[in-house]
Design a protein around this ligand. Structure first.
Ligand code: IPM
Ligand code: MG
Length: 405
């Protein structure tokens, strides 16, 4: 390729790159003036948005909402809490508007304080849908939900992990704004900002401190990805000095994926904090150890809004094979427990967590397999509800802190 030809390709790419950098510098200014944490105790009422999503989302969100409404019956009666249904976050409506989140839906989301969100279909090239951006990723960015908190517990093995995944930058920052340069070169980016690293790392350390946890493990690949992960690692080491009672260590993502399946070592880990993509991968692995991705919930926390969801997607394969009614609602019900705890409803949260644990790990009177040889989501929800109302249920999670005020 001649120098003139490559200049023809490079100049427009440079322009695109300049625009992207401008966007990121603007984002840094926004982060610098971020407001203080919302205080749920002062909100009357607290508005909970329910977003059904699509695929198995419609099924498991209905199951989860049933549980949430059940434990909040009193608060709804006394008008402390109001539910608001948001129906338009379906793949069909998003495709109609050719947008990850149509503008009117984003306004509806912003009118709520906390959101329970069902899985939404994320198109990829070759799907029957246009290749629009993931609604999850777009929502995390639009509402600046920077902390993705994902607990995984296997009590019989003494495993009690809480993952803090950075949620607004890293390899996810540009969504679908990567670009091709000529025929043969494709470019995406990964980004780390000082403000982005600091806020997730501090959130992880604060969580550890409030819950009397004496270890935070930082997960990077800073030996190879030297600039962005290097910043993450350096920032973590500096912040760790402010928490002398907490031991801080750094692990590379590759060995960490191995350690999670090492029975001799894995229960030593407690709080883990990491950039976006590593958190995406590692939390699916962790969830699988707990009983499958269908068992794990996730909190997406920002200072103004918070959104709670399953850690998995809308499972189009299950829907295509006619198995959507057998999808495990535990992930979304766990997300409800996190939502409750975040709003300050610790008693209700404890009951939901405990019922999930009894049904999913101990009693296991009925089990979900994802197929017709197991319970349906509706049957499993009834099973969980029967434990929530059981006076034998004693909450062990009453004091755990998932709200970051
Ligand atoms: C998750 C999911 C999403 C992600 C998908 C559905 C876009 O895998 O919440 O972990 O990649 O973040
Ligand atoms: Mg994922």
């Amino acid at each position: 390729m001649s120098i003139i030809m490559s200049q023809e390709l490079i100049e427009p790419a440079q322009k695109k790159f300049a625009l992207l950098l401008q966007g990121q510098l603007k984002r840094i200014l926004e982060m610098k003036k971020a407001g203080s944490w919302v205080d749920y105790a002062t909100l009357k009422p607290i508005i909970i948005g329910i977003c059904w999503g699509d695929g198995i989302g419609e099924f498991i969100s209905k199951n989860a909402t049933q549980v949430l409404m059940h434990v909040l019956e009193e608060e709804v009666k006394t008008k402390k809490i109001v539910f608001r249904e948001i129906t338009g976050l379906t793949i069909e409506n998003r495709v109609r508007h050719n947008k990850a989140i149509p503008d009117d839906i984003l306004e509806e989301l912003k009118s709520c304080h906390v959101i329970l969100k069902g899985p939404t279909t994320t198109p990829q090239a070759g799907d029957p849908w246009p290749n629009i951006e993931s609604a999850n990723v777009a929502m995390r960015r639009a509402l600046d939900l920077f902390a993705n908190v994902r607990p995984v517990k296997i009590p019989q093995e003494g495993i009690d992990w809480c993952f803090f995944r950075e949620n607004t930058e890293g390899a996810y920052v540009l969504g679908s704004q990567g670009f091709d340069v000529g025929q043969d070169l494709s470019v995406d980016f990964t980004i780390a900002t000082q403000q982005g690293c600091e806020r997730i790392i501090r959130t992880a350390f604060d969580y550890a401190q409030k819950n009397h946890i004496d270890r935070v493990s930082v997960i990077t690949k800073s030996n190879v990805v030297k600039t962005t992960d290097g910043r993450f690692s350096r920032t973590a080491k500096r912040i760790a000095q402010e928490y002398p009672q907490i031991h801080c260590d750094e692990w590379y993502i590759d060995i960490m994926t191995a350690k999670l399946i090492d029975p001799a070592r894995r229960k030593e880990f407690k709080v883990m904090v990491m950039p976006n993509l590593y958190g995406d991968i590692l939390t699916d692995e962790a969830a699988q150890l707990q009983g499958g991705v269908g068992t794990a919930g996730s909190a997406n926390i920002g200072t103004r809004w918070a959104m709670f969801e399953a850690i998995h997607g809308s499972a189009p394969r299950m829907v295509k094979e006619g198995r959507a009614q057998y999808a495990d609602p535990s992930s979304m019900i766990r997300a409800c427990a996190m939502l409750l705890r975040h709003m300050g409803c610790a008693d209700q949260a404890g009951k939901v967590d405990m019922a999930l644990e009894v049904c999913g790990q101990f009693e296991r009177k009925i089990v979900i397999t994802g197929h017709d040889n197991g319970a349906t989501g509706d049957q499993y929800t009834d099973y969980i509800l029967s434990w929530i109302d059981n006076p034998k249920l004693k909450s062990r999670w009453e004091t755990e802190v998932y709200h970051f005020k």
